[in-house]
Design a protein around this ligand. Structure first.
Ligand code: ZN
Length: 511
């Protein structure tokens, strides 16, 4: 035992934790579990369940698909998958669920969003990029505190998971309200989703480019940002959630910041994320400042590699595409968000041909405006057809592959998720094939992407746990989440001085 006075003196000296650890083996053990390097916390796993009589799309290396198949889940992993005729004897006591021709496929992998933007959909419609920076982004960040960020994240998570997303990457800005990340991560934990949550840092003081300039008060220091990532990792890392460092962009960060964030990723063996080559303006500014594009600059800084995930990557030359392939860098292609700001059409065919690890992302609701992963799959195909005047580009199968195995490769999680194979995580979704929009049955796979019915997803399993059942999320109550997001948007707009902005831009006579 230690006495109270001794403890208070130690607290004042900053050594209280050490004294408690010496005094109490139980507390010391609890702290050791949370410490980095001891392995992540384990989340609950589903038990044993046999899903039968389903159309099963595996996305395995042979792309096997079964017209009448089964998926057997055990301890959070896929135990077996195959055709019904191969099932054989099932031990007594294994729970079974007959799916009567519904479709089972791997859970979708969304490689890019910003959960704390969840309630900002519709706010920036038709807003020019310069106005978005002066009137949009910075004032809104002032209002994104813990409570508002959490409400926004709940809305985005409910939308993503209801549409079949079991793994998402997300980037969250913490320079204005560091505790906002705690709000987002709390929502992520409650939702049960598998997530890579990046703590975004930015510090560029270069005033020559308004689009890339970070105003004072919104800048991190490399040391503070790195400590924040470590703090969040200690508190939230589990076998389902990983906190990762992000340097926002090569022009919005000093080289010191980019390298400091990359060093934290190396230290913890986790992903390092960035936004890169997102616009023509960024490419031109990068060439002007560095004499080459931003991907080449990242290579020069030594931060391209298999633990790196880049968002957007629209404006790339051939050498940069080859570099991304050679380094094993992951890439989130965000076609709907890119179109929202008319930022250009990414070179998807060339990226795939070069073997770059490409997945798809919706991006935040402030630049999309939804979290509709099915729309993103469809538009990933349509924008290429349109721009290249080639209706033969792509396929519904390619779109589904990019949103599952492709996303898993981009996030460097392909050993764990992205396909239904024995030993992988039991992350999967069940789709109601009886929906009007998915008929006729002969063209089901095409209909999934091109006829596009995100609400056809009925059930969502993560680690074998049924988190969405019959379209209802077990932890995120829809009316509560919707009310929370509406309240959060009011508070954020009021704080930004934008309260009349949305009605003010309408040409209609509201009465
Ligand atoms: Zn983004």
């Amino acid at each position: 035992m230690i006495d109270r006075k001794q403890f208070l003196r130690a607290l004042a000296a900053g050594t209280a934790a050490g004294i408690v650890a010496r005094a109490s083996p139980a507390i010391a053990a609890a702290q050791a579990v949370a410490a980095p390097g001891r392995g992540p916390r384990r989340t609950p796993k589903g038990g044993e369940l046999l899903l039968t009589d389903a159309i099963v799309v595996t996305m395995d290396a042979e792309r096997r698909a079964f017209r009448s198949g089964f998926v057997w889940l055990r301890d959070g992993r896929v135990h077996r998958v195959g055709a019904m005729r191969e099932l054989g004897a099932v031990p007594y006591g294994v729970a079974r669920r007959a799916l009567d021709g519904q479709l089972v496929m791997p859970g979708l992998v969304n490689c890019h969003t910003h959960l704390s933007n969840g309630m900002l959909r519709g706010v920036y419609d038709e807003m020019p990029l310069e106005t978005w920076f002066s009137k949009g982004m910075w004032p809104v960040l002032d209002g994104l505190d813990r409570r508002n960020g959490e409400a926004a994240a709940e809305l985005a998570l409910l939308e993503l998971m209801s549409m079949g997303v079991t793994t998402t990457a997300t980037g969250e800005i913490g320079s204005r309200h560091p505790e906002m990340l705690d709000g987002v991560l709390g929502a992520v934990e409650r939702s049960g989703i598998r997530a890579q949550v990046s703590r975004i840092a930015m510090d560029s003081a270069d005033p020559t480019n308004a689009a890339q300039f970070i105003p004072e008060g919104y800048r991190d220091t490399p040391a503070f940002a790195a400590d924040e990532v470590r703090r969040l990792k200690r508190r939230y890392d589990s076998d389902r959630v990983t906190v990762t460092p992000e340097a926002l962009g090569v022009l919005r960060c000093t080289p010191e910041m980019v390298q400091a964030m990359h060093a934290v990723a190396v230290e913890h063996g986790c992903l390092f994320t960035m936004h890169a080559a997102s616009s023509q303006d960024e490419r031109d500014a990068s060439r002007k400042r560095f004499g080459h594009g931003s991907i080449t600059e990242l290579e020069r800084l030594g931060v391209l590699g298999p633990r790196t995930l880049l968002a957007h990557a629209i404006w790339l030359d051939d050498a940069e595409i080859a570099l991304l392939a050679a380094r094993g860098t992951g890439l989130s292609h965000n076609p709907v968000s890119n179109a929202y700001y008319a930022s250009g059409v990414a070179r998807l065919p060339e990226l795939l041909k070069a073997g770059v690890r490409v997945g798809l992302g919706v991006d935040g609701a402030s630049t999309n405006n939804g979290q509709n992963v099915w729309e993103t799959m469809k538009m990933a195909m349509l924008f290429q057809k349109q721009q290249r005047e080639d209706p033969g580009f792509g396929s519904a199968e390619l779109a589904l592959e990019l949103m599952t195995v492709g996303g898993a490769r981009a996030l460097h999680l392909e050993e764990e998720v992205g396909s239904l194979e024995a030993g992988k995580r039991a992350d999967l979704i069940v789709i109601d094939t009886g929906r009007v929009s998915l008929a006729p049955a002969q063209t089901l796979v095409s209909n999934l992407v091109y006829s596009n019915d995100p609400w056809a997803v009925r059930d969502v399993y993560v680690d074998g746990e049924r988190i969405v059942a019959g379209g209802v999320h077990r932890a995120l109550d829809r009316p509560t989440v919707v009310r929370g997001a509406t309240g959060a948007l009011d508070r954020v707009l009021n704080k930004a001085g934008l309260e009349g902005y949305i009605e003010g831009r309408s040409r209609w006579s509201w009465r």
